[in-house]
Ligand binder design. Structure first.
Ligand code: MG
Length: 380
């Protein structure tokens, strides 16, 4: 069980909820990192008194240093700081809640040191899944999913001793704010329309990914990597209510699911307490009040990102790296209102047609594919 955490990405939605759980469980916090939110990081540092605080932004780091000069927490900045936070000796668990492929190097470094990884950064497994899982296998580091779907699958797999008994994993998907719309209707979507998610409150990147269904595509790949299954054995199904968080179908036809209210604190808590469970002060799901639960096929005509992700998953090599990096850039461009909503899948496909896929990639090949894909989107 987790006792001391390093939290990468402490001011985002997952980061803040992680600190709530840390408070509940009485965990020690060794390091906190953030991009630019000095004020919130200062508050968190004052409460949790970590040995290290990191601001990715240089000016923000200087500002934080000035603000907390009265306490002994050391302040660092940039990717070097993030790497130090991921490898602090006293931390037994590293929570990777940073957004995007910036999480890759620190996650790999923490795995090398055999730390438990509470993985909330799905881009790491998408862009370098084979490498990350091979490293974890070599060092014996545990990777515990914080994504609600993958935690649900992990919970539904407890007691499964033979992977061969799994017929398929079924990820549930809320469908996002544009469920039921046709592709043409989505051309005019603006960032503010997409940022309204029906069931979960999340950061901007993942909210847009949920609206395009790329989030589910990334999660299909994440599940393949985590549970070592081919793409054909990972399915996605639309479940508007977000009550069933995902399922495992076994070869005898049994389906095991995890249900609950949509609340990220449960997967976070379980990643810390596994193989045990801790008390939660939150109100549990009331089955008699949650209404009807519905399931249906996703519409990949209207939401091509899910289809693209499945293709990349089947291709393997750096295809997922290229897709992920192109998607990150396209989402940023959409948020800046430089491109339209449907240009996100178009840009991802463009990058995939321009950047060559490498098989059995090393870290350098992965970083290069990431760079080239970003360039392909930026220089359109
Ligand atoms: Mg999820």
């Amino acid at each position: 069980m987790t006792k001391v955490i390093s939290l990468l990405g402490s001011t985002g939605s997952i980061g803040r909820q992680t600190l709530q759980v840390a408070r509940e469980l009485g965990l020690t916090v060794a390091a906190l990192t953030a991009n630019t939110q000095v004020e919130l990081l200062e508050q968190q540092v004052r409460e949790f008194r970590p040995r290290l605080a990191v601001m990715m932004d240089l000016d923000a780091a200087d500002e934080l240093r000035g603000r907390i000069s009265d306490i002994p927490t050391r302040v660092m900045s940039g990717p070097g700081g993030l790497l130090t936070a991921a490898t602090l000796e006293e931390a037994d668990t590293v929570v990777t809640a940073v957004v995007g492929s910036v999480g890759l190097r620190p996650t790999l470094a923490a795995i090398e040191q055999k730390k438990r990884i509470a993985l909330a950064n799905k881009e790491t497994l998408v862009c370098a899944g084979e490498l990350v899982m091979a490293t974890a296998e070599r060092t014996g580091a545990e990777i515990l999913p914080v994504d609600s779907e993958h935690s649900a699958i992990f919970q539904s797999l407890q007691g499964c001793r033979d992977r061969g008994e799994i017929r398929r994993l079924i990820l549930t998907c809320s469908g996002g704010p544009f469920f039921g719309k046709r592709f043409e209707e989505l051309e005019q979507v603006r960032p503010m329309d997409a940022l309204r998610h029906p069931n979960w409150s999340m950061g901007a990147k993942i909210t847009i990914d949920s609206a395009t269904l790329m989030n589910k595509g990334l999660e299909v790949i994440e599940a393949m990597r985590l549970y070592r299954l081919p793409a054909e054995q990972v399915d996605a199904v639309i479940h508007r209510q977000s009550i069933v968080h995902s399922l495992v179908e076994y070869r005898d036809g049994a389906m095991i699911a995890q249900l609950g209210t949509p609340d990220m604190k449960l997967p976070i808590r379980y990643a810390f307490t596994w193989p045990n469970r801790a008390f939660s002060p939150d109100t549990p799901l009331d089955l008699t009040r949650c209404g009807a639960l519905t399931f249906q096929e996703p519409d990949v005509e209207a939401f091509p990102c899910l289809r693209i992700a499945r293709q990349c998953a089947a291709t393997g090599g750096t295809a997922c790296t290229i897709m992920n990096a192109a998607n990150e850039e396209a989402v940023l461009a959409f948020l800046r209102e430089e491109i339209g909503f449907n240009d996100i899948p178009r840009q991802v496909e463009r990058a995939l047609s321009r950047v060559e896929v490498k098989y059995k990639p090393e870290l350098e090949d992965i970083l290069e594919a990431d760079r080239l894909a970003r360039r392909a989107v930026r220089n359109q």
